[in-house]
Structures are given as C-alpha cells and as structure tokens.
Design a protein around this ligand. Structure first.
Ligand code: IPE
Ligand code: MG
Length: 219
C-alpha cells in the first residue's frame, strides 16, 4: 500500500493525512476481494524498515493500525472474514497494538470466507531469519532441510504463494515483501497512489494477471 505520503504532499497535506486517506482505499479493496471471491488477500501495512521513519510518523502508524482493527474487525467478522497477521512480534510494537491484533485474530479465527492477512512489522528477510532460527532450534538434521520444511517455519505456513502481487505508486520493486513466497508470482505495477486505489484497480490487476501465461520454469 504505497504512495500515501506523495498523495498527501501533492495536496499540501501532512504525510499522516495520506495514511488516513488510505483507510478508505483499503476497505474498498477488501470489499472488492470479497465480491470477487478471493480466498486470500494480503496487504503490506508496516515493514521492518519503516522504523527508520521519523518517530512521529511511526507513532501515528502504530495508533492508526490499531484504530483500523477497532473500526473494522467486527464488521469483517460479520462478513465471515478471517483476519491474520504476519510479521515480527518484537519489543518495538506497542503492547496495546499487539493486544488488538490478537483480539482480531481470535475474534475471526473460525471464519471461512476471505483470509485477510496484514503484514505488520514484516520483512521478507526477517521472516527467513526467523525461520532459520526456528529450524536450527528444532535440532533438525541439516540433510532434512528442504523447501517444504522452510515453508513450515514461515510466519503463516498455511498461506499459499500469492498468484499476484500488486504494487502501487509507480515503484518497480518488491521492497522486502514475501521474499520466499513471491518466487513465481505475477507482478503488476500501477502508478495509482494507494489512497486513490479502489476495487476497480484490483479487478484491473486481476484481469492483467489472467492474460499472463504462467509456466513455472517449464515449457
Ligand atoms: C505507504 O505510503 C504507507 C506505509 C509505508 C506505512 P508511504 O508513506 O510510503 O508513501 P510515499 O511512498 O512516501 O508516497
Ligand atoms: Mg513509500
């Protein structure tokens, strides 16, 4: 969900106003995902690198993400959405935010509709470091380490590899997102800034995805 800061700056607003405007975009996209019948929909909300931002903006984003859950989790629950999180639960994340995340996860745990995953304090390299730590700690024989085992130690072993990744705001990189899982995903880049993103843009990206030929290294 990139481009909030630029969206705000272009309007002479504060960067944090751009984050606030991204809320409508996010829930329009979630509505679109439900309408389209997607089973998994994952968003990159806060990266392990985002801690490098000014403290005021980091503080805003922590409160904002907690507020998002307070404002939307019950509605999503009624719509059979299962909310999950991937990322590092470290000391930098305020306890009140972790509590809300656990509450939303537990509230929606048994739902069978869309799985809406929020990557929060997430980094693809951090995820692999954490997976390696957990594998080493398990004492497994090095010869038994294979792709299946690595997957089993990722933050959400049940999450399938994404078929499609959409990056907004005109940047053409993945920025440490789902490093392992994106190996064969189709990538769609759009110039739309995140606060302007709507379900129609998601549908457009899926249409673009459907026109691609996926070979997974075969012919
Ligand atoms: C994405 O928008 C939101 C987060 C990273 C939390 P940015 O804040 O990165 O917006 P730009 O890239 O500065 O426009
Ligand atoms: Mg950005």
């Amino acid at each position: 969900m990139d481009g909030n800061g630029r969206w705000a700056t272009r309007r002479g607003l504060k960067r944090t106003d751009g984050h606030a405007a991204g809320e409508e975009a996010l829930f329009d996209a979630v509505d679109g995902a439900i309408e389209l019948g997607l089973e998994w929909f994952t968003v990159y909300a806060f990266s392990t690198e985002n801690w490098r931002r000014p403290p005021d903006e980091v503080r805003y984003l922590m409160g904002f993400n907690k507020g998002i859950l307070e404002r939307h989790a019950e509605d999503l629950n009624e719509r059979n959405v299962r909310i999950r999180f991937i990322g590092r639960r470290d000391w930098r994340v305020p306890r009140a935010v972790l509590k809300r995340m656990d509450w939303a996860t537990e509230l929606t745990r048994r739902n069978t509709g869309l799985t809406f995953t929020i990557a929060f304090n997430y980094g693809g390299r951090a995820e692999l470091v954490d997976a390696v730590r957990s594998i080493v700690a398990s004492g497994v024989d090095p010869g038994k380490v294979n792709e299946k085992l690595i997957r089993a130690h990722l933050y959400d072993p049940q999450m399938p590899d994404p078929e499609l990744m959409v990056r907004t705001s005109g940047e053409s990189r993945t920025s440490n997102y789902l490093l392992w899982q994106l190996a064969y995903s189709e990538l769609v880049f759009t110039d739309v800034l995140w606060p302007d993103f709507r379900r129609q843009h998601l549908a457009d990206a899926i249409r673009e995805y459907q026109a691609r030929e996926r070979r997974f290294g075969a012919l």
